[in-house]
Design a protein around this ligand. Structure first.
Ligand SMILES: NC(=O)c1ccc[n+]([C@@H]2O[C@H](COP(=O)([O-])OP(=O)(O)OC[C@H]3O[C@@H](n4cnc5c(N)ncnc54)[C@H](O)[C@@H]3O)[C@@H](O)[C@H]2O)c1
Ligand SMILES: N[C@H](C(=O)O)[C@H](O)COP(=O)(O)O
Length: 323
């Protein structure tokens, strides 16, 4: 039996309702899975599937759908802490996260920029990599079945991206991608297409030097170690079908460089995976959608995909993928 922790996210957003709906659907199709919803029991229906349980975590303030309350920020982090601890001690085989509202957690006085960074800190890992995977929603022979986009930097202001990029960061990021694609996704020696940072990948240094000073040296060092790398490629044409068909994963230098084209092609179907952790963590590709909260109309496709991917990764890890 695979046991999953499902953190139900910002209580004023769509997290609780999509978690419950998706879990009920997913369990009907996966008889070897149990799901533990982590959140306040008042947010969920009373008659649950027999393999669906609630790990009750009390809210700090009453919830009005769509209205953020910073008093519940510590509640949200408490749900994450329980899932992380349960994964680290082996109680859960993987954790899946519903969306949280980063701003309200920060406004409560707790420094928080995302699950990705929080998980790295709580698991004692100095670097993790955010990767989104998804099937394109446009059906075309020109597009691959699955797009994967990893990021060299995550939730930082655009003006800090250049100073964050270093040869060391890119080398370690490529190492994590190579290891996790092999260990967790069964892709030996993935072909990684690496983007530049500047327009036209710096135009031979006339439009920025990060390619020459940082990205090319990192690529060359990692090629010497046997990694299959193509780049640096101009960001504007990196997502052309010709490249997408040959790349196992695209490594973008910053959040919107990679995720804007990714979400254009896959929104609502994608899964966010944190690479480099000692535990398995997947998430949806969308946010709290406060405008839809409480209406029970939000799409659960991405949550179903996140549950599916966490289950597959857990089965691979326990060596039961063929069963
Ligand atoms: N995994 C996460 O925790 C996660 C992921 C992305 C964004 N966020 C956070 O969510 C908050 C809101 O972000 P945003 O407004 O940029 O993005 P959003 O994804 O919440 O909303 C963007 C648009 O997509 C729609 N949408 C989102 N999810 C949907 C669903 N399941 N079904 C139908 N429509 C859906 C929304 O109604 C809105 O129109 C921010 O605080 C952001 O940081 C969290
Ligand atoms: N960058 C993610 C996205 O755009 O989908 C999202 O903000 C969630 O990030 P975390 O998993 O770090 O919370």
């Amino acid at each position: 039996m695979i046991r999953l922790a499902l953190t139900t996210g910002e209580p004023a957003g769509i997290g609780p309702e999509i978690s419950l709906r998706a879990a009920e659907i997913f369990l009907q199709e996966n008889p070897d899975v149990e799901i533990n919803l982590i959140g306040d029991k008042s947010l969920f229906a009373k008659n649950l599937h027999d393999r669906l349980t609630v790990q009750h975590t009390p809210l700090r303030a009453n919830v009005v759908p769509g209205q953020l309350d910073r008093a519940n920020a510590s509640y949200v982090l408490n749900t994450l802490d329980q899932a992380i601890e349960g994964c680290l001690n082996g109680h859960y085989q993987a954790m899946v996260t519903a969306p949280v509202q980063k701003s309200v957690i920060s406004e409560s006085g707790i420094k928080f920029s995302g699950h990705t960074e929080y998980l790295a800190e709580k698991c004692g890992v100095s670097l993790v990599v955010m990767m989104l995977c998804g099937k394109p929603v446009f059906k075309s022979d020109l597009l691959p079945e699955m797009l994967r986009v990893a990021l060299a930097t995550t939730h930082i202001p655009l003006h800090d991206v250049s100073s964050h990029l270093s040869i060391d960061l890119l080398q370690k990021t490529i190492e994590i991608i190579g290891k996790d694609l092999k260990d967790r996704f069964g892709i030996n020696q993935p072909t990684i297409y690496v983007s530049g940072l500047n327009p036209h990948a710096g135009e031979s240094g006339h439009m920025g030097r990060e390619e020459i000073d940082v990205i090319v040296p990192a690529i060359e060092l990692m090629r010497q170690k046997g990694y299959v790398l193509v780049g640096p490629l101009a960001g504007d044409t990196m997502f052309s079908p010709n490249h997408l068909q040959k790349a196992d994963v695209i490594l973008a230098m910053y959040h919107d460089q990679g995720l804007a084209p990714f979400k254009f092609a896959t929104f609502g179907e994608g899964v966010n995976v944190t690479l480099g952790l000692p535990i398995i963590r997947t998430s949806v590709d969308h946010g709290t959608a406060l405008n839809l909260a409480g209406k029970n109309i939000a799409d659960v496709t991405s949550m179903l995909a996140a549950l599916q991917m966490a289950t597959l990764m857990a089965r691979n890890q326990s060596g039961t993928s063929g069963s």
